[in-house]
Write a protein that binds this ligand. Structure first.
Ligand SMILES: [Zn+2]
Length: 286
């Protein structure tokens, strides 16, 4: 074989380089290990996918989970990702939902023909995995859960370097401006219009109007304390995520980790303010 013709020095150099490459590979595997393990242990292929498709979808979901946990810390439970096939879709992830209860996790319907980059640029996984940060709050408080996941999705995409800070601000503004334009009840408190918004199928108006609650709190925390909502969430996940109370227990827990009753006080204000929640004074790129 070709390398037999090399001198002893070349052989030693080769061995030395072999060791260096080996340690680099081990180091890289070490870096990737938590991300691979997390997704590998929990993905369920509900339809037939080729090996290459599985690799792509595993890389996508692993990356998103890794960045959710990079922001808020490790989620203290195992979750199951069900992946279904939907060929010929007009987007990489045409439908997804978060499952609660015994088999906690997310169902994704995907068109695997899309390249990895298209999956990375899609907000669905960032949104769905972010739902897992909070406990299930019931249908009555769905606005709170959806507002939260909508707030989180661009934070996660920024962490993934899919969005720059500036692009994140732009995406928030675009989503909020569209929702505000489509909000038809300026004389009513926003939270009191949720049932009508759902009845009218105006889900994105409901999602983004509710996201303003979190954007306002994030802005307030950053200006008053120098650290934002993500830091509060990190402490919350660490101390309290295992508990399964409803919305008001969650608000109490968030108030207590923030060391200030910002969540409860702001919730009262948010619920009574008329019209689409105000966001135009906020710096959405923070
Ligand atoms: Zn959602």
């Amino acid at each position: 074989m070709q390398y037999r013709r090399y001198s002893l020095v070349n052989d030693l150099n080769q061995q030395w380089w072999g060791h260096v490459i080996f340690f680099i590979v081990v180091f890289l595997i070490g870096l990737c290990a938590p991300m691979i393990t997390r997704a590998d242990s929990s993905i369920h292929w509900k339809d037939r996918f080729t090996t290459a498709e599985q690799q792509k979808l595993r890389a996508w979901s692993s990356e998103v989970i890794t960045h959710v946990e990079k922001l808020v810390g490790p989620l203290p439970f195992k979750f199951h990702i069900n992946i279904y096939r939907q060929d010929g879709a007009s987007e990489p992830v045409p439908w997804a939902n978060t499952r609660r209860g015994h088999k906690l996790g997310v169902d994704f319907y995907v068109d695997p023909a899309y390249p990895l980059d298209a999956f990375r640029n899609d907000w669905t996984a960032a949104h769905e995995f972010s739902h897992l940060i909070l406990p299930y709050l019931g249908a009555r408080h769905a606005w709170f859960a959806e507002g939260f996941a909508s707030f989180m999705q661009y934070q996660v995409m920024e962490s993934m370097s899919v969005l720059s800070k500036h692009e994140k601000g732009h995406r928030y503004t675009r989503s909020l401006d569209t929702a505000r334009r489509n909000f038809a009840y300026p004389a009513r408190p926003f939270v009191k219009t949720i049932t009508r918004l759902r009845r009218d199928g105006k889900y994105s108006v409901m999602y983004w109007g509710s996201a303003v609650y979190f954007l306002q709190i994030n802005d307030y925390l950053l200006r008053s304390q120098g650290s934002g909502l993500i830091d509060v969430l990190k402490d919350y996940v660490d101390c309290c995520r295992r508990s399964y109370g409803g919305l008001y227990e969650l608000i109490d827990e968030l108030d207590s980790v923030a060391n200030y009753k910002i969540f409860s006080r702001h919730l009262n204000k948010f619920k009574s303010a008329n019209g689409f929640p105000e966001y135009r004074h906020l710096d959405l790129a923070v």
